[in-house]
Design a protein around this ligand. Structure first.
Ligand code: SF4
Length: 449
């Protein structure tokens, strides 16, 4: 059988030797293990290269490139909990959700649900499992068929899975409408008669109709007003208790994630970079990216001041993600290469200067001005200082690219951050669960993951 299973066969999947098929609350219901999804780059110039030295009829070559949307992602979801998945848009969260449910085929890795690997299931076995694993999308408007009454919409999954007879389905649909906070008398109304929040409640009722164990929620409240968001989130919590549900909850908004989650995974450029219990993650964030995300939450007090660590710089392309730690091109805490012999203060100044040059944060100016702006105590000593002076000279002659490549070559490319993929587990300050941090700052004190 192929690694991704016989798509058209009846393969009922590999079973994990250590994962329960009928987990109790707190045991692993879902294990995502090394899950990877790469898409061929279909952009306008995807894979097209200028090849001036080529001997073909055109100075172009085509080489297939891959968008590395999800790369080697691993985590567990325990029965009865809500795992929040957060990150900037384009970080791979939604692709991860779709790959877990095999709405898109994984490139590599395994997804164990109730101990069985969904990635190796044949079509009919997968169809059965889809009754137990439901997905709720962001846009409640477009995910509801406008030509069907809400009653029919809620009944559709039951009909597809052969559950109950007509009368039984109607009774269950009315009960579910009530359970999600809608009036069962509205069974015959159509989606356009409902508000955004009510439509998302209809989606919830539809997902619940087939008695799922797990609901993967992809930005379910981000299209709603803030006041409605809280109501829908509270309903989801109540339904979780009532029906014993487990959620994977995807959002870009940390306040939403904080409201609903028990544990939180932070994603950046296709990878999970931090995972911990909610309180541990929010009170003791260890990854510089998580800290930057938390710092970028708007401050409600307009009198609050001070420099905030708002994320700067563009997210790199997932076609060619940075080597080592993928956050290293934006990280304010980049670790000095072993070969660089500087004090912490000197390194801090060099790092700030290198980042500013990379982003061209200041207008080209002379050496005295740069020195005053970034190196208050004077340019650093030794070889590092010589590199800095060469970079400053390049800026003076308006050759920013040369300055950038000098600084990247000497200080960034040599850093462990750019050379090794970090994976560490550490003891938490809050709660009992181990705290996963993909950052080399943990390397001295913590044990390797
Ligand atoms: S590994 Fe290095 S670049 Fe990555 S987050 Fe940690 S300090 Fe920053």
């Amino acid at each position: 059988m192929s690694r991704l299973g016989d798509l058209f066969g009846t393969d009922d999947g590999e079973y994990h030797p250590d994962l329960p098929a009928d987990p109790d609350v707190g045991e692993v219901l879902l294990r995502v293990d090394g899950l990877t999804k790469h898409f061929p780059d279909t952009g306008a110039l995807g894979g097209l290269h200028l090849d001036r030295d080529g001997d073909g009829p055109l100075p172009l070559s085509v080489e297939r490139e891959w968008v590395r949307a999800v790369d080697d992602v691993t985590f567990d979801v325990k029965r009865g909990e809500t795992l929040g998945l957060v990150g900037e848009s384009g970080c791979g969260k939604s692709t991860l959700a779709r790959t877990i449910l095999r709405l898109v085929e994984p490139t590599d890795g395994a997804v164990y649900f109730r101990g069985r690997n969904l990635a190796t299931l044949g079509t009919s076995a997968l169809r059965e499992v889809r009754q137990d694993v439901q997905l709720i999308f962001q846009d409640p408007q477009s995910s509801l068929n406008p030509r069907l009454s809400v009653g029919r919409i809620v009944e559709e999954p039951m009909r597809a899975h052969g559950m109950l007879d007509e009368a039984g389905r109607e009774e269950r649909a009315r009960d579910l409408l009530e359970a999600v906070g809608l009036d069962p008398q509205h069974y015959n109304r159509y989606p356009h008669a409902f508000s955004g929040g009510q439509r998302q409640r209809i989606n919830l009722a539809r997902a619940l109709s087939v008695e799922p164990d797990l609901i993967v929620c992809d930005e379910p409240v981000s299209a709603l007003d803030v006041s409605i968001q809280a109501q829908v989130l509270n309903t989801m919590r109540d339904l979780q208790d009532e029906f014993g549900l487990t959620y994977v909850f995807i959002a870009h908004d940390l306040s939403v994630i904080r409201h609903i989650s028990d544990r939180v995974a932070v994603m950046y450029l296709g990878k999970v970079v931090e995972l911990a219990e909610k309180e541990e993650l929010f009170e003791n964030p260890r990854h510089p990216y998580t800290r930057a995300l938390l710092d970028s939450i708007p401050v409600p007090d307009p009198r609050a001041s001070g420099e905030r660590g708002v994320l700067a710089g563009d997210v790199p392309s997932p076609v060619d993600p940075p080597a080592g730690c993928r956050f290293h091109t934006r990280c304010p805490a980049l670790i000095a290469p072993d070969s660089v012999d500087l004090t912490d203060e000197e390194w801090d100044a060099v790092r700030r200067f290198a980042r500013a040059v990379d982003r061209r944060e200041f207008a080209a100016t002379d050496a005295a001005d740069i020195r005053e702006r970034y190196f208050d105590g004077g340019f650093p000593r030794g070889e590092a200082g010589e590199v800095v002076k060469d970079a400053v000279a390049a800026i003076e002659r308006d050759d920013w690219e040369d300055a950038r490549s000098l600084l990247v070559g000497a200080f960034v490319a040599e850093s462990v951050c750019a050379r090794e993929d970090p994976e560490y587990e550490t003891d938490p300050e809050y709660g009992d669960d181990r705290h996963f941090v993909a950052c080399h700052l943990q390397r001295e004190t913590d044990q390797t993951y």
